[in-house]
Ligand binder design. Structure first.
Ligand code: ZN
Length: 161
């Protein structure tokens, strides 16, 4: 049976909206997204909602931040001396840059640029957002050995490598 369960590769069409009805992301016009179920490839709330669903099923699911990208943490908004951005020629508000911290590499969003300091936000852009997904399960298949080893789906809509 093509039922969504752990160690299955699941392909989904989806549209993601925030609570204002704005589309944040969609697979429309692209390959369906393929992921390895049960491996944390997608946000926990969506993985839970898809558990046990069949190919062809459609669902609408609302996911609170704790089951999505987490709550915003204002301590992750920080000012950094501007000279550390010297090698980025046209730094702009809204731009995303990679930053090195003791915990590893983070994607930082530039939120303000002053004369001597740049304010960056290391929160995920969807942190604190309630997410509304319209999802259609397109295909469910067994994962290959290699996919299970890698912990993700291969092929169209998955990892290409
Ligand atoms: Zn792989």
């Amino acid at each position: 049976m093509s039922t969504v369960a752990s160690q299955k590769v699941v392909s989904i069409d989806y549209t993601l909206k925030n609570n204002n009805g704005e589309v944040l992301d969609t697979s429309n016009g692209r390959e369906p997204l393929s992921y390895l179920h049960g491996s944390g490839n997608i946000i926990p709330g969506l993985e839970k909602a898809l558990e046990g669903k069949q190919a062809g099923e459609q669902l609408a699911v609302t996911i609170e931040p704790a089951e999505a990208y987490g709550e915003r943490d204002e301590r992750m908004v920080q000012q950094i001396p501007k000279e550390q951005f010297a090698e980025i020629p046209e730094l702009a508000v809204g731009q995303q840059v990679r930053g090195q911290t003791p915990e590893g590499t983070h994607v930082l969003t530039v939120v303000d640029i002053a004369d001597d300091a740049v304010t960056v936000d290391a929160n995920h852009q969807l942190a604190g957002e309630t997410l509304n997904f319209d999802v259609k399960v397109v295909e469910v298949r067994d994962a290959t050995e290699e996919e299970l080893q890698h912990g993700h789906a291969h092929g169209a809509g998955g990892h290409q490598h």
